[in-house]
Design a protein. Structure first.
Length: 174
């Protein structure tokens, strides 16, 4: 009798556990920037963006190196008690530093605008969203989060990252 009661309890609890497990939200994350870069890395727009980014980084490094040299010259002038030269170098350092800060802000803003234009390609996003929907529905995800569009994600398990699967599926549909 005890075995029969135990079996009956198990049989009654099984559907309940199934119902509870189906209510758990399953989510995934994707790296939209990585998908975009992978999907469009050969496009002219992306190559132009990368070339500008490299050129701006090179310009910023060159200007930073010039400022470092001026600082060293100022230290040398101060060590030689050449006050007028040290003062002139200090003004040059301030001017170049101010220019470098403004240049960096302007070029970063330009790059951000270019990247936003690249990423807002409607054809690309239509394909991306359709692929996300297909993968999410087939794998049982009820929510897919973007790593870059939601800065509140503090941690995630790599097991929920479906970026590579999206890239493979999008590439196979080309």
């Amino acid at each position: 009798m005890k075995k029969l009661s135990f079996l009956l309890v198990i049989l009654l609890l099984f559907p309940l556990t199934q119902a509870i497990s189906q209510q758990i939200t399953k989510f995934a994350v994707i790296d939209t920037s990585r998908i975009y870069t992978t999907f469009y890395r050969d496009s002219r727009s992306v190559r132009d963006y990368e070339a500008k980014k490299t050129r701006y980084q090179s310009d910023i490094k060159r200007m930073s190196d010039e400022i470092k040299q001026l600082r060293q010259q100022k230290v040398d002038a101060e060590a030689a008690s050449d006050t007028s030269r040290a003062t002139r170098l200090e003004r040059d350092i301030e001017k170049k530093t101010s220019f470098l800060v403004e240049y960096s802000k302007a070029k970063n803003a330009e790059l951000d605008t270019l990247k936003e234009r690249l990423v807002s390609d409607d054809d690309f996003y239509s394909l991306l969203y359709e692929e996300i929907r297909l993968v999410a529905e087939s794998d049982g995800y009820s929510m897919v989060l973007s790593l870059h569009d939601n800065s509140s994600i503090m941690w995630y398990s790599p097991t929920v990252d479906i970026t590579d699967k999206i890239i493979r599926n999008m590439t196979s549909r080309r």
